[in-house]
Every structure is written in C-alpha cells, then in structure tokens.
Design a protein around this ligand. Structure first.
Ligand SMILES: CC(C)[C@H](C(=O)O)[C@@H](O)C(=O)O
Ligand code: SF4
Length: 466
C-alpha cells in the first residue's frame, strides 16, 4: 500500500504492536546530554540495570559548558557535567567532553560525524532532535523517563503521530535562508500548527536546499509543535554523508545507498494534512514577540494585537509587546539591539558562519553592540578558522568562541543582562530564554550580521556597500 516516508521508517523499526497499546520501536541512535540525563542514569542504577547498547549511545557536554576556557564555575552546571562524566564512565558510553576535538552541540556533531543517517530512528532527551530529520531519519525528542527506557532497552513505546506535508515550491531568493523559510512557515501555521504530527518538507524549494539548510528547517519543526520534521534523502544527502567518519564505506556504502534510495513517500500516498507555501514569496523574517510564530518580514512593522482575530493569539501578542517593550506600528528596522548571537543548533554550522562572514567582511560591528560568534562544534570552529572566517569576525569586532549551546539559553555563562535586546540566530524567543528579562529577536545569520553592523534590525540587502 502507498505510504509516507515517516510510517515506512516507523514500521521498519517495529518491535511489538499490540492492540490498545503504544507501538514498541527500536532505536538506532540515542543521543544524551548533561541536562536531561542525570535522573535517567540514577533510575537505571537504582534498578540495577545496564545500558543495553552503549555503542549506539553517544553523550555530549553542550548546554552547561562555557565557550571561553575549560573551567565550569556555576555549581549547578558543574554538577550536571560531572554527573554525565561519572555516568558515561560507569556505563561505558562515549562522551564528547569539553576540550575534546569533536565536542559541540549534539545536533551539530552527530550529523557532522556521519552518525545521523537516512532511515534511522534517532532520539534524545532534547526537543531539537528533530534536526536529524534533515537526513530522512525519524528523529524526535523524548523526556527523561523515556531516556531511561531507551538506555535500558534500546526501545521506546510510542504512538505514531499524524502525518503532515509542508510543501514549498518555487525558488527562494538569494537573500532568503532556511531560517526565514521556517519562520515564515511557523508564522503561517501558528505555534500549535504541527501538534501531534510528523512533518515532511517537500517540493522544489526544499530539494534545492543544502543539508545545513535542511537541518535548520527540521530543527525548528518543534517550534510549531510538530513531533518531528523530515526531508527525504536524495543526492544532496548522500554527497554530504560520503566520507564522513561514521558513514559506511566500500560495499557497505553501495548497499546503504540502495536502501536509502527507496526511502521516499510514494506518489499516491496521502498525508493527514497539507500546507503549501510559495518559496518565491518568502522574505527575510524576524520575530517581534515571545514565540516563534510572532514574526514578520524585516521590512514590516510591529503588529497591533487587534489585528489578530483569535483571542488567545491576541492576548499572547499583548503580553509579548509588554515584555518586548514594543509599540504597534514601529518599523522592525527601527528596533535597536545591543547583542547579536550567531550560533546554536539552528544556525551554528559552517554554512551559517560563511554567510554571516560574507556580510561582515570589510565591515564593523556597531559601537555599543556585542556580537558573539559561537560555532556549533569544535570541528566547525577549526574549519571556520582554516577558511579565514574567524579572522573576518574578529576583525569586525565580534567575539570568536568555542562550541556549545552558549547564548541560545541561559544555562551557561553566555547570558544576556535583564532588559537587553538581541538579534539571535537561535530558535526560541521565550521570555527569559537568553537570560532573565532579556529580549530576543530570532533572525537568520544574514540578518544577524547586517544587524550587528547597523545596531538595528537589518536585512543584508539594506546595507550600504562595504
Ligand atoms: C535543555 C533541553 C532539555 C532543552 C530542549 O529540550 O530542547 C534545550 O535544548 C532547549 O533548546 O530548550
Ligand atoms: S543550541 Fe539551543 S536549541 Fe540547540 S540544543 Fe542547545 S539549547 Fe537546545
């Protein structure tokens, strides 16, 4: 029977199906980090259990670590990282520690190492696990008690979500990135628009995206409530994977390719829901509020709450304008920021750094603006240095840091001061996300770099020639 990609992967991982119960799924790759794992390991220890498949489990220090120096000062952060170190040593799990050449944000590192592959089931106690769906994997975040279940059994009880197609045809204009596209999608469907669904991004605009861009897109699927987001694998996927440290080689590569080429939604398969967007109509986007759906083109103005008919959306807008200290009708281009953050598992990859460096080359970060450039992994950092990007950033007056979640969330020393305002390439603009009282505008790497130059929200095309 004709079927969609998500269900094909689901069915291929079915360990047990019983009427009235969730399906039991096999997990191919389990990613672990310091924030959502300590209690899971404690539970395992209390029950006298071992990790069922340590070699399919990989642990990362990313959320709580500093991006300057190796010393973890905050007692809470240090406790989390030390617990992870003890747990990984005790249970035989490969850990990427602060200072390791392969350390970085888990959603950046696993794809880079070739661990994330088409057709896999991938879970992590982290909502942005959806990132890995860019490879045609079924990847989703789980809770800490589920982490314990996966550690001890390598399986997970789950109910198959509904399926949703997000179709984008047409051609994105050169100043429009995957970040703008996903902000436009979320603005269209709303923060709950994907709830209970696994989303497959399809269409000519999606097929034209690089792997980095597909990861940005899938990364933010969770921001409109989707359980997972995915893109069917194609030649772009295989070209990215070929030669990566954990990608198959020789005859195994040929066999893998043959399998991967079959991983697609059948032409006559039906999605439970479809949303379509014209890629050519998407403009550089920026958020004005405190959820990722509160976004408009950079050329737009802050909306008035009474423009929204849904009472919940309207009161969310009122609350957001209060927190953000913004007045309806203000052009986005008039909003001044004091902080620019380029990084995170949404936009901390080499392509993001290249795009931002292109804008900053020969220009300077405006006086009074602090710009942090935080590569998503230490490998990205090394590559960016080799390509001369780091020099572009430091010459422009930006800070060049080591890898980690950094200013994406206030769990490490890279925190914003109360009342300060950022343009940030991360994925969440919730109240206090980047530090208590801090205000966040979500943007693409191009807008982040242009904003750093003018000190106001700016599209790259608005800049005077360098
Ligand atoms: C801390 C972690 C569990 C959390 C998540 O689940 O996504 C974090 O990564 C985030 O981005 O908010
Ligand atoms: S970079 Fe941000 S979104 Fe990504 S895992 Fe870290 S905290 Fe979560």
């Amino acid at each position: 029977m004709a079927d969609v990609l998500a269900r094909k992967i689901w069915d291929a991982h079915l360990v047990r199906r019983t009427a009235g119960e969730p399906d039991l799924l096999y997990v191919d790759l389990h990613l672990v980090h310091e924030v959502s794992s300590p209690q899971a390991f404690d539970g395992l220890r209390a029950a006298g259990r071992r990790v069922r498949r340590p070699e399919l489990t990989l642990a990362m220090e990313d959320h709580a670590v500093p991006t300057e120096g190796l010393r973890i000062v905050d007692p809470m952060a240090r406790a989390q990282v030390e617990a992870l170190r003890r747990n990984c040593a005790e249970f035989g799990i490969r850990l990427f520690s602060l200072g390791d050449a392969d350390q970085g944000i888990v959603h950046v590192v696993a794809p880079q190492l070739g661990l994330t592959q088409p057709g896999m089931t991938i879970v992590c106690g982290d909502s942005h696990t959806s990132t890995h769906g860019a490879f045609g994997a079924l990847a989703f975040g789980i809770g800490t008690s589920e982490v314990e279940h996966v550690l001890s059994t390598q399986t997970l009880p789950q109910r198959m979500p509904h399926t949703m197609e997000v179709r984008v045809d047409g051609r994105l204009s050169p100043d429009v990135t995957a970040k703008d596209l996903i902000l436009a999608i979320i603005a269209r469907v709303g923060v709950g628009g994907g709830a209970g669904h696994v989303v497959e991004y399809r269409g000519t605009a999606i097929e034209a995206l690089s792997m980095e861009a597909r990861m940005t897109l899938c990364n933010m699927s969770i921001e409109f409530g989707a359980r997972a987001g995915m893109v069917a694998p194609d030649e772009t996927t295989y070209a990215y994977l070929a030669g990566r440290p954990h990608a198959p080689t020789g005859v195994l590569w040929e066999r893998a390719l043959e399998h991967w080429r079959g991983l697609r939604t059948d032409d006559d398969a039906v999605f439970d829901r479809t949303v379509a967007l014209d890629g050519a109509s998407v403009r550089p986007f920026v958020t004005w509020g405190t959820n990722p759906a509160q976004a408009v083109p950079v050329s737009g103005v802050v909306p008035a709450p009474d423009e929204f008919t849904d009472p919940l959306v309207r009161s969310a807008a009122e609350q957001a304008l209060r927190y953000m200290e913004l007045t309806p009708g203000t052009p986005l281009r008039d909003i001044a920021v004091d902080t620019v953050f380029l990084g995170s598992c949404t936009n901390g990859r080499i392509e993001d750094l290249r795009a931002a460096a292109e804008v900053l080359r020969g220009r300077r970060v405006a006086d009074g603006v602090t710009m942090l450039v935080v590569p998503g992994s230490m490998k990205v950092r090394v590559q960016a240095e080799a390509e001369g990007l780091a020099e572009v950033f430091t010459r422009a007056g930006a800070q060049w840091r080591a890898a980690g979640c950094s200013m994406c969330l206030g769990m490490n020393p890279d925190r914003m001061a109360p009342g300060s305002r950022s343009a940030s390439t991360s994925n969440r603009n919730f109240e206090g996300r980047q530090g208590p009282g801090a205000r966040t505008h979500l943007v693409s790497p191009l807008v982040a770099a242009a904003t750093a130059v003018t000190g106001r929200l700016t599209a790259a095309a608005d800049l005077e020639p360098a």
